[in-house]
Design a protein around this ligand. Structure first.
Ligand SMILES: NC(=O)c1ccc[n+]([C@@H]2O[C@H](COP(=O)([O-])OP(=O)(O)OC[C@H]3O[C@@H](n4cnc5c(N)ncnc54)[C@H](OP(=O)(O)O)[C@@H]3O)[C@@H](O)[C@H]2O)c1
Length: 275
């Protein structure tokens, strides 16, 4: 299916401009139509629990059918007005157009898309094995660019929509302990900044979410993980940021000054640090 299948109907005379109508629906928290890619991610699941309790209509995409069924059933019991699902490996960019078209048709529209899928990868392995490095870049950068290209054009056609994307503080400066993951997120952050610069004026919000370390499956077993941020608190900050339509949000917010300080360290010192 092509994008032309979604050509917006001309607004009747005297009707509310689509962008105004969209903003009103976001602030009133009425039944928003939300597409979630990587819906079994710990962070996405916690965000969806809040949206479900607000009565949102959700379409969930994940690659593991068993986990997806459990998440979908839980969100229905929490009050979601609608929960549609699709099983998909998001690395398969060839199928993105068909998948996204199916998702927005099932939702009969889309107000918000949350892109949450991602892999941490294994930095030590990626230093020796280019295929693994390429896999990290594909899942975290190439696949999101493919999804966002379709979603951005869909939203621009309607002059409405919010694209919320999970990048990371790791993209703010390369560190020896995770620079492959960090490069994928740095690329994603730069892509989002450029996309925002292109389509914000078209009434479409592009939101970059930069979490610090959060307690989810991705970080389980890491040294010090017991001190990582609580996923429900992170989810609440993301929901609030979506409601306010902010451009970039660090979660928890303390990561904004921390990363400012990290970025400010001169390279001659930074290169000697064990980070
Ligand atoms: N947790 C943190 O500390 C942290 C910090 C900064 C940024 N982030 C970012 O936040 C996002 C969510 O992370 P999380 O902490 O919620 O991690 P998580 O619980 O490990 O979730 C990652 C999700 O991505 C899915 N996924 C990976 N590759 C996929 C693919 N090819 N197709 C479809 N789904 C795929 C996984 O599916 P399976 O369950 O099937 O593997 C899983 O549901 C990620 O982009 C991550 O990079 C996390």
């Amino acid at each position: 299916m092509t994008l032309s299948a979604f050509d917006p109907q001309p607004a009747p005379a005297g009707s509310v401009h689509p962008v105004q109508r969209h903003n009103a629906s976001l602030s009133a928290k009425v039944t928003r139509k939300i597409l979630v890619l990587g819906a079994t991610s710990g962070i996405a699941e916690a965000v969806c629990r809040i949206w479900a309790s607000q009565g949102a209509q959700l379409f969930l995409v994940a690659r593991n059918p068993e986990k997806l069924a459990v998440v979908a059933a839980d969100l229905k019991t929490r009050g979601a007005a609608y929960v549609g699902t699709a099983v998909a490996d998001l690395d398969d960019t060839e199928k993105h157009a068909e998948l996204l078209s199916h998702a927005v048709n099932s939702l009969t529209g889309m107000d918000v898309a949350l892109l949450a899928h991602g892999i941490l990868g294994d930095q030590a392995r990626a230093e020796q094995d280019f295929q693994h490095a390429a896999q990290i870049l594909h899942t975290n950068l190439v696949a999101p660019i493919s999804l966002l290209t379709w979603l951005a054009n869909y939203c621009v056609q309607r002059r409405a929509g919010l694209l919320a994307v999970l990048s990371s503080v790791a993209g703010d400066r390369g560190r020896k302990s995770n620079y492959l993951y960090g490069s994928s997120k740095a690329g994603l952050t730069a892509f989002l900044a450029g996309l925002r610069n292109r389509i914000d004026r078209e009434g479409v919000t592009v939101m970059t979410i930069k979490p610090g370390p959060v307690k989810t499956a991705m970080t389980a077993g890491m040294r010090g993980s017991e001190k990582f941020a609580d996923v429900d608190k992170v989810a609440q900050s993301i929901v609030t940021a979506v409601d306010k339509r902010v451009d970039t949000v660090y979660v928890p917010f303390q990561w904004a000054p921390i990363m400012w300080a990290v970025r400010s360290i001169p390279e001659r010192i930074f290169k000697k640090l064990n980070l």
